[in-house]
Design a protein around this ligand. Sequence first.
Ligand code: ADP
Ligand code: MG
Length: 638
Amino acid sequence: MSDTITEQSRNTEVQTLQEHFHRVLLSNFPFAAWLKDKEDRYQAANVKLAEYLGVATPEELIGKTIHDFFQSDVADGISAEAQEVLTNGTTIQSEKKYTVNDSVRWFDIHVSPITIDGQLIGTVGCAWDITERKLIEQALAESEERYRRVVEVSPEAIFIHCKGRFVFMNMAGAKLLGAGNPEELYGKRALDFVSPDLQDKVAKRIRNAWQRKDNPLIEEELVRLDGTTIPVEMVSVFFTYRGKDSVLAIARDISERKRMQEELIKSQKLESLGVLAGGIAHDFNNILMAIIGNADLAMMRINKESPVIENLRRIEQSAAKAADLAKQMLAYSGKGKFVIEQINLNLLIEEMLQMLHVSISKNAVLRLKLAHTLPLVDVDATQIRQVVMNLVINASEAIGDKSGVIAITTGCMDCDQSYLKDVWLIENIKAGFYVYLEIADTGCGMDKFTLEKIFEPFFTTKFTGRGLGMAAVIGIIRGHKGAIKIYSEPGKGSSFKILLPASEKPAEIFNHVPTQDNWKGSGTVLLVDDEETVRGIGREMLQEFGFEVITANDGREAVDVFKSNPAINLVILDLTMPHMDGEQCFRELRKLKSDVKIIMSSGFSEHEVTQKFVGKGISGFIQKPYKLSDLKETLQNV
Ligand code: ADP
Ligand code: MG
């Protein structure tokens, strides 16, 4: 009995507690709660709901419907939901936006059916104000969207890898690695896209990043899907991606920068080699001048029956070969350009034909494809002949013992910048009309390595080669502001296309003075040169032709001598001399006597300097080392 009493009082206690709990719950808690009957009328509500619906106490809500507080469309929605809960007998949870007390708020709403003794009597609901959370979510979503856009449109490649495998990358990243879209690469190992010899280094950087240490920007090389490599500049840092420790890497393609650096180094190398070659050639020429001149004079003076004649001839031949080498070096240095004429390349080739035929191997067939009409070009014909000769001989050597064809083609084309992009010598080349001269052969062709080095002086793959032919070609083409395009593959032959700017000036007519044998001159010649040997041999040569000769060591002395010797009718003037150089001396002499005949001479001269004389009336030019016959021809023309 006593047990029943205790149990009853316990029950009352519990009941009191529960009522208390419900009251507190309904009045103090920060959410709205209500109970509605089947007709959607409020039967119970808490303080918060009264507050939301704008009434003073919950009691005022009893018997009212939502239509008493909201506009009909909003209220209809709420009733329809309650109806659905009644019909289906299940809870509906939703997030909705309502205007309460003049401010728009978000609510998380739960509506459930309520039954008593198995009897459905209505619905209960509660609504949480979740506006703050919504605002934060929205701000996060916006900022995520902003970053997503930044990453998407970034031209730099952005990668994220987690445990060494790609989990994210932007389109630029996919493209850099040669994929069509980022998804293709997700899950792949990041290190597999790094050049094998750099993998250790990169792995270390990834570990660094992992340990949240800073990594400097470094250059590395990536391997693309197709196996090609691409140089990049890269930074890797620690990053949290979707809650996981990851590494963020940003890479920039630097192949263009690399290419330009290499080009610069290459052109600097060629330039310094050019200066070197030019300097050697200059000194060489003065020495050869003495050798050739003395051999010439000796042959002339010696008894024609003497056995020494043959030795002298050999000296002359060897010296001529050496002079040829010096000429190639000079051409390479770009300092051998002297006489610019307007010529038709077709005529130049035709004139050379005989010589070309005897220079090439018996197995090679020479084929000409000359354009019908060809614009003229402003060139030094001797140098262009040298180019043709060097190219044709290389072509013949490439054909070797097999049989093959050497085709020489001329034509004219309008070159735009894109065509001129992959030619050699782009430094100073402009878009426009170019006359081209192409020499193609069916010979052995070249590999990449040879193509890279082809213009370097002394680069040769031949047993007997000297490696100066192509160096001279590039020097000459550079001097003519031209360009050269090469196509070649091992075993498939080669083609060299020389582009020369078409002349803008109208054609001039040149008269050629025929040379006479046994020619003798008369009068006084002033020979100006700072080289003792040149003065010596020059004097002897001139005397041989019947001239009186006076010499001078430099420009200053020449002017003095000229003043005190009115009988001088011709001056042979060296270009590079101490005290007063040839150019200055030329002007001084002109001042003293405006119609004085002056022949410029040089073994080495800057193109610009000689260009200055064009049109200023130099009577001629003779390049050192000169032979008797060269001197005679020049003198005859004067
Ligand atoms: P050399 O002819 O004395 O070797 P060049 O400067 O004329 O020197 O040529 C340099 C190198 O370029 C050659 O040794 C050869 O390897 C390559 N070369 C030049 N022209 C051709 C060609 N038409 N076919 C194949 N290789 C060539
Ligand atoms: Mg050669």
